[in-house]
Design a protein. Structure first.
Length: 293
């Protein structure tokens, strides 16, 4: 087990006091057998009323409602989490899905259908199809996991990482055309190609521990998950060309990447001057037994 402290600070500055609409926050990691939250706190200035719920994907959301106007909005999340996914390759794929191609069981298809459909199109675009043909050709005998690992590496090699502060995600055709993209662009390209091969895939937003110096701020990270019968949802990180393990902390999953922004909200009355985001992740030593209820 590894323990991490995650400090996430977002600050919005406005040209004058604004009326703040409801904001939706996706900052709390997805808990399970492989990840536990030890402590968590969420501080917001100006003061807000928080309501918690889970969305259709099971992501934990907080909605913040404001009464007073402000010329600055500060949202600060502090977490200590326990990550148990030390052996991410310790899984077994069901016999019928070991080799590619395979078909998902009829009992699973209704649930997985949304993750099998291309985003915004019934079929992959021509540029995506041409690139997929360089990864695998019909007739080649290959294991399903091996194909996904190859696709993950191919995405990493085809796209140069470039930090991109603009909102949204590039289309797979745009990422292939320009040859560069952010982590979310690379995750989306992998996800669309995996769907083109017939795998159920979804987008993941979260944190990744990269051991930055304490004075340097990081940012949120993105990768993709693919459903393998018997193994469940397995994460692939094309930015780092690796399988997701104990340095990844998932926060939200979705069929489409635009569905899970960390913070989304509205304001009125003035203009936004700046938005600053910082993420600091440090590994902790030792173990505290009490867990958050």
């Amino acid at each position: 087990m590894r323990r991490f402290n995650i400090h996430h600070l977002t600050t919005y500055s406005y040209s004058a006091p604004v009326r703040l609409g409801t904001h939706t926050l996706r900052l709390r990691p997805r808990e399970g057998h492989d990840l536990r939250i030890e402590t968590s706190s969420l501080s917001i200035i100006p003061a807000a009323k928080l309501r918690w719920h889970r969305d259709v994907e099971g992501n934990c959301l907080a909605t913040a409602s404001f009464r007073e106007a402000a010329d600055r909005l500060l949202i600060e999340s502090n977490l200590i989490i326990q990550q148990y996914d030390r052996v991410p390759l310790d899984f077994l794929v069901d016999e019928e899905a070991v080799h590619y191609p395979f078909h998902y069981a009829s009992k699973d298809r209704p649930i997985l259908e949304a993750y099998l459909t291309q985003s915004g199109a019934e079929q992959p675009c021509q540029a995506l199809l041409q690139w997929m043909a360089t990864v695998w050709q019909p007739g080649e005998i290959i294991q399903s996991y091996t194909l996904l690992k190859r696709l993950n590496l191919a995405t990493h090699q085809r796209v140069s990482y470039r930090k991109r502060d603009e909102p949204g995600v590039q289309s797979s055709a745009e990422t292939l055309r320009c040859g560069w993209g952010s982590c979310r662009d690379m995750a989306f390209l992998f996800m669309e190609a995996a769907r083109g091969f017939g795998f159920a895939a979804r987008f993941v937003s979260g944190y990744s521990f990269t051991a930055l110096p304490p004075e340097e701020a990081g940012s949120m990270h993105a990768w993709a998950e693919v459903f393998l019968p018997g193994a469940g949802w397995k994460g692939f990180d094309p930015t780092h060309a690796g399988i997701v393990g104990d340095t990844h902390i998932p926060v939200a999953v979705a069929r489409r990447p635009e569905s899970v922004p960390p913070i989304a909200g509205s304001f009125g009355g003035a203009s936004l001057l700046s938005m600053q985001v910082g993420v600091w992740i440090t590994e902790l030593q030792g173990f505290n037994t009490p867990l958050e209820s």
